[in-house]
Design a protein around this ligand. Structure first.
Ligand SMILES: *Cc1c(COP(=O)(O)O)cnc(C)c1O
Length: 388
């Protein structure tokens, strides 16, 4: 049996070594505290679950859904963009529900990339941008996100010959894993760059509702000219604690939305309708849980940042996202430091190198950890002699 090159070319799972050690520790009876997983720990709000339960009893929801999603859901998403960002979209042509935004991000590459084409991909970054590119036969040109540049893409540093060959630019703010945020000026710079070189922009924005200290992230689509060149991927996962239900959306340029719809309609048969009803309930219902959850994450952020700073690590409190991104001490790679935290303290953090070469010398701690577990982990770190 010979598997396709795209499978053979998949990078080895970058956290294999650390996963092996976690399993080993657990087997030895070590009480592991994990800051590794970016998946909201609090449950899906009750009124959203109520919509699922009600929808489960409706026979129409037992049948194949339409690929393009329920018209009511597309309308609800358009309404949310209008209320939240002051942007009007045609629910029939500029909005497409997805089976989680990851699904759309992966499939978007099939709309834009032919064999040998180039995608511009941030490093560190969410792995799907470059894997989707590789699956489509393309190559990723990595754009370093550095602390000196506030983890923003430096468009001036992209060589003109690379830009001329590029088909798509991937962006993600508020950013996973760095926690960085971008303003409209940055997105307008991105649009100007994309127009100059005829490049599509795909902005991945699942953290726009997860923000602290009164800060409100912008949408890429608010930038002047954004919808001429791009789409925004968004998700119910992080805003409404719905990662397990798998529902997201793409919004923006109708040509891109149509292309993605055509790919999807040949590969999937839509989102279970009862889950689409949950998404409608999420955007149409009370929004209080967003602020409540953010207050929880903000309190955790402050605790985590203060303990890491106490350990002598360089870390900036993020204004948004679910992640704290901390510089490892001199003399450690990110994997070495993560391994020490695991061996000495039974604490799991994600080594930054897992997100790309420029994630080296950082670790990521997720704020989606129950308070009592977080406090247990922080207590161990506070008393750690190895910190010095
Ligand atoms: C969580 C996450 C997503 C995926 O969200 P789903 O809608 O659950 O697929 C996409 N991009 C980034 C950067 C994420 O962190």
């Amino acid at each position: 049996m010979e598997l396709a090159e795209r499978i053979r070319k998949l990078p080895p799972y970058l956290f294999v070594e650390i996963s092996r050690r976690i399993a080993e520790k657990r087997a030895q009876g070590v009480d592991i505290v994990t800051f590794g997983i970016g998946d909201p720990d609090l449950p899906t709000p009750k009124h959203i679950l109520a919509a699922l339960k009600e929808a489960a009893d409706v026979p129409a929801n037992h049948r194949y859904p339409e690929s393009e999603g329920l018209p009511e859901l597309r309308q609800s998403i358009a309404g949310w963009y209008e209320r939240r960002f002051g942007l009007a979209f045609d629910a029939n042509k500029e909005v497409l529900p997805l089976i989680g935004s990851k699904e759309g991000i992966g499939h978007m590459a099939l709309c834009l990339i032919d064999p040998g084409d180039v995608a511009l991909v941030p490093d560190p970054g969410y792995p799907v941008y470059s894997i989707g590119t590789m699956f489509a036969g393309g190559e990723s040109y990595l754009l370093p996100l550095t602390e000196e540049n506030d983890f923003l893409v430096d468009f001036g540093a992209i060589p003109a010959d690379v830009a001329r060959r590029a088909k798509v630019l991937w962006l993600n703010y508020p950013n996973n894993p760095t926690g960085a945020v971008a303003d409209i000026g940055f997105f307008e710079e991105a649009v100007a760059f994309a127009k100059k070189y005829d490049i599509v922009i795909c902005h991945d924005g699942p953290y726009s509702e997860v923000a602290f200290d009164g800060y409100k992230p912008v949408s890429f689509l608010q930038a002047k000219g954004a919808r001429d060149v791009g789409v925004e991927f968004h998700s119910f996962s992080k805003s409404y604690n719905m990662t397990g239900w798998r529902i997201g959306m793409a919004v923006g340029n109708p040509t891109l939305i149509d292309a993605l719809m055509r790919v999807k309609s040949n590969l999937d048969s839509g989102i279970p309708q009862a889950i689409q009803r949950m998404a409608i309930a999420a955007v149409e219902g009370p929004q209080d849980t967003i602020g409540e959850h953010n207050a929880v994450y903000q309190r955790r952020r402050d605790r985590v940042v203060s303990v890491l700073q106490g350990m002598g690590l360089r870390v900036r409190p993020p204004k948004a996202s679910l992640y704290v991104w901390a510089r490892t001490p001199e003399g450690y790679t990110s994997a070495q430091y993560a391994t020490r935290l695991l061996d000495d303290l039974g604490i799991v953090v994600t080594p930054g190198a897992g997100y790309g070469e420029h994630g080296e010398h950082y670790i990521r701690l997720s704020l989606t950890i129950a308070d009592d577990r977080m406090e247990e982990g922080l207590r161990r770190m506070e008393g750690w002699a190895g910190a010095k």
